[in-house]
Design a protein around this ligand. Structure first.
Ligand SMILES: Cc1ncc(COP(=O)(O)O)c(C=O)c1O
Length: 456
């Protein structure tokens, strides 16, 4: 464990976190329930154990305070502990946590989703984005009577077997663009499952068209995000999503839009609102309930109504699907977002654009070559070699392995050391409605110092 002090605050104060991590490593593989935040995730710090949060601020078990730009891996959208949501959950806790029946909040939360999300005529709730995607895929297969799913290289859609194909393999191992090699993200994905998943490069309409011409009568659905959120934030080329919609319709293939990250973050009406796209199905999680384990599957009435208790229809279960506590949190969050409204999102974007422009200027002054993608409710910082032309990157094969991950990690460690909680490994840097102009000024000041210290 490195004891170097990062940033201006002496970071000797991690003793409680360190003790907890040591204890956890005796009980929990990799010391945490998700690999994502496992034992080495915060190197050179120990795993940081947070204790409480308020607005845009986090406090860890050692009393260190941070302004949060990790935002619960994009789950926090309004901010931590908004009064209305805390009150709604507290009221429900007192009344009961689960009854094996529906509750009033389920109807109201579904109505809010259907009102806010353009492509949502019907909604069902689940607990995680993974479950929502799993069900979307199953529903698409049942509805179309076809078995294959087409996804895109570099896109992460949760941790089911179907989704763990060609997520982040080394681009050199991917084979040709038109006939990529299939590579599981980790061990344990059955070959038989891999056989039903196709994965092609994103942002290339001719590859998509050729694949749908060739296999369209076997493909139940194409699944995509509106922007590539888990691979450094690449944007769709002009017209690509429109072409994707046109081609899927032509081949009777459903379009599933994964909005687990973009939903209620990229815009109040999600990526589908932002890009004026009409998917058949869409999946939500993260920002839907602002930090509570809620997810949703939405879609057009004919497709969603195919979920029915009958052997020739699609199924959707889950003890905790539509849990009352989580629905109370969801309803309160959506009401709050409705109040925040379009002008609140414009404000969030203006802060985000200010952040991006500020970081670009700071890097230029420090002589660093970086790529900060256009803000989408979140952004990223990629340290790159000179003359890399990242503005031309359009798919995973372009970006995979290119940014200097070590340099970003050093930068993030410096930011965390100065009390700005950044994703410790390259990932989404998020904004929430709770961020103020002062937070943006503060984070840019800290970034200046962090950028200057990179070669120390
Ligand atoms: C785009 C996308 N889809 C699906 C998921 C899975 O969601 P969950 O982690 O809630 O299962 C994630 C998680 O990060 C995601 O980023």
């Amino acid at each position: 464990m490195v004891d170097k002090s990062y940033g201006e605050v002496p970071r000797s104060g991690y003793s409680r976190s360190r003790t907890l991590q040591e204890a956890a490593s005796e009980e929990i593989p990799e010391a945490a329930s998700s690999n994502y935040r496992g034992s080495t995730a915060y190197d050179p710090y120990p795993m940081i154990y947070m204790q409480e949060a308020d607005g845009a601020t986090l406090t860890d078990v050692d009393g260190n305070e941070y302004v949060d730009f990790h935002c619960g891996v994009s789950a926090m959208i309004t901010g931590h502990c908004p009064d209305r949501q805390v009150e709604a959950v507290r009221n429900q806790v007192k009344r009961g946590s689960y009854f094996a029946t529906s509750v009033e909040a389920e109807v109201e939360a579904a109505r809010l989703v259907n009102d806010l999300v353009p492509g949502a005529e019907r909604t069902k709730f689940a607990s995680t984005g993974t479950e929502a995607v799993m069900t979307a895929i199953k529903l698409a297969r049942a509805y179309t009577g076809k078995e294959r799913i087409l996804k895109f290289e570099g896109m992460y859609h949760g941790h089911t077997d179907y989704a763990l194909v060609n997520v982040h393999p080394h681009p050199e191992n991917l084979g040709t663009r038109r006939n990529p090699t299939k590579i599981p993200e980790a061990n344990g994905v059955p070959t038989a499952t891999m056989d039903t998943v196709e994965a092609i490069p994103w942002n290339d309409p001719s590859i998509l068209e050729e694949r749908l011409e060739r296999q369209g009568d076997e493909i139940a659905a194409v699944i995509t995000e509106g922007v590539m959120s888990n691979s450094g934030l690449l944007w769709p080329r002009d017209g690509y999503l429109r072409e994707l919609r046109r081609l899927t319709e032509r081949h009777d293939v459903l379009l599933i839009l994964d909005e687990v990250v973009t939903g209620f973050r990229m815009a109040i009406d999600g990526a589908q609102g932002y890009f004026d796209l009409e998917p058949d199905l869409a999946t939500f999680g993260k920002g839907l309930a602002n930090g509570y384990p809620a997810a949703a599957l939405t879609g057009t009435a004919p497709v969603m109504e195919f979920i029915e208790t009958a052997p020739d229809k699609a199924t959707f279960m889950g003890t905790f699907s539509g849990n009352p506590l989580v629905l109370a949190a969801t309803r309160a969050n959506l009401e709050l977002l409705q109040e925040i409204g379009q002008s609140g999102y414009e404000d969030l974007f203006s802060k985000g654009e200010q952040f991006c422009a500020g970081i670009r200027d700071i890097a230029a002054d420090a002589g660093e070559d970086i790529f900060v993608p256009e803000f989408a409710g979140f952004t990223a910082i990629h340290f790159v070699e000179p003359d890399t032309h990242p503005e031309q990157w359009q798919d995973w094969r372009d970006i995979g392995g290119k940014p200097d991950a070590d340099r970003y990690e050093k930068f993030a460690a410096e930011m965390i050391g100065q009390g700005y909680f950044f994703p410790p490994k390259t990932g989404r840097i998020n904004l929430m409605h709770a961020h103020t102009d002062e937070h943006i000024d503060g984070v840019l000041e800290a970034a200046k110092a962090a950028m200057r210290s990179l070669d120390d």
